[in-house]
Design a protein around this ligand. Structure first.
Ligand SMILES: [Zn+2]
Length: 199
């Protein structure tokens, strides 16, 4: 990637990607459906600014307060940036095999599929165990909901790894954020923003 894509879909809304006003390196202008990033930065830095502003929109859409969004969008955005870069996410769209591990903030989380007692007991579709870097998913679910549950557990883990004010344990927030992350991954071709020989 040397240039960012010309458009990006966030929360089901297409944003134009352009250049910010003088004095700003990055900005999001929701009223104008614009995400703007300076072209005077290294490709990897542009990508990170871009993912920060995308995350700004995702966190707001999931119901984070304005104050906390301002506080956390860069930490969570950096983790989401790495999630997109470090993983092959083809499985989110097509019928490719589901992943057995995913990198989250440089930590390899194992994804286990099974009929786990702990999940049955609490009637859960999935579970994340931070200490063990492990995500457990109830295997008997249909594929579309299985995708959501994997991303839901990843959303817990991304918030945990970003040290985002305890939001990883606010279940309604994680629920809402996970849908927005899933839509974001499904609605865009993010292979285009991955590093090639830029670094
Ligand atoms: Zn949850």
């Amino acid at each position: 990637m040397t240039n960012l894509p010309k458009t990006i879909t966030v929360c089901r809304i297409p944003y134009k990607v352009g250049i910010p006003e003088e004095g700003y390196s990055y900005e999001v202008l929701p009223d104008r459906q614009e995400i703007n990033v300076t072209d005077q930065a290294a490709p990897a830095r542009k990508r990170q600014y871009f993912m920060w502003e995308i995350t700004h929109l995702l966190l707001e859409a999931a119901g984070m307060t304005e104050k906390n969004t301002e506080r956390y969008y860069r930490c969570v955005g950096s983790v989401l940036n790495r999630f997109v870069i470090d993983n092959n996410l083809d499985w989110v769209k097509g019928d490719k095999p589901l992943p057995n591990s995913l990198w989250i903030n440089g930590i390899p989380y194992t994804i286990e599929y099974g009929d786990f007692e702990e999940l049955k007991k609490d009637n859960l579709g999935g579970q994340v165990i931070y200490d063990l870097a492990r995500i457990r998913v109830k295997q008997t679910m249909e594929r579309d909901i299985l995708l959501y549950v994997i991303i839901h557990e990843c959303a817990h883990a991304m918030l945990f790894e970003a040290v985002a004010g305890g939001y990883e344990s606010k279940e309604p927030f994680v629920e809402a954020l996970a849908w927005q992350i899933l839509y974001f991954l499904q609605d865009n071709d993010l292979t285009k923003i991955k590093p090639d020989k830029e670094n």
